[in-house]
Design a protein around this ligand. Sequence first.
Ligand code: B16
Ligand code: MG
Length: 213
Amino acid sequence: MKACLFDLDGVIVDTAVYHFKAWRRLANELGFDFTEHQNEQLKGISRMESLERILSWGDVSLSPEEKETWAARKNEWYLAYVRQMTPAEVLPGVKDFLTTLHKNGIKIALGSASKNAPLILERIEMASYFDAVIDGTHTTRSKPDPEVFLLGAQALGFPPSDCIVFEDAVAGIEAAHRGGMKAVGIGSPEVLTEADLVVPGFTQLTLDQLFAL
Ligand code: B16
Ligand code: MG
């Protein structure tokens, strides 16, 4: 293991709750609702693909122009939450874990589907922790396609077999494996069944567990 690739939403910070609130407002304004359970399926999925799934749940058809308008609206509602974020929202153990990786000579990249990733890193004051940042503005294919992680490995200068991915989404675990990388799931083993190792958070993870993968 020479490099680690981190997802953002649900791994470094819990912006998933803000996505859920903003998507739910969109659904409600279009006359329907969806559950937190359905929201699981949106994790790691791009903005426009998320919109397509939500519209199908509500059985709503929109023109391409209307879809762009609603996606932009949702993003504004989401950004209203993001602009209020502070460094206190970084998930427990994350900063210490990344510092330990650095001290052991392991390179670190961000691999997020979010086009808002640079703004979030700025709000939580964590941009300097990453040797490379790959976000939704660099990719053309959404997880479970491995593109975002392959670009991350390339940016750090290591083959996929030297990289470990940290992910909270089923689609992200699949993306890591399709890219030839090991995947550590952050969350519950019942949800992240395909991960090579699942931990509830970074305070429960040691470097030795990673080297053993
Ligand atoms: P945006 P990640 C993903 O981030 C989120 O999990 C997903 O819910 C969201 O739709 C996607 O980013 C796009 O985000 O609308 O900000 O471009 O988990 O890959 O860090
Ligand atoms: Mg995520």
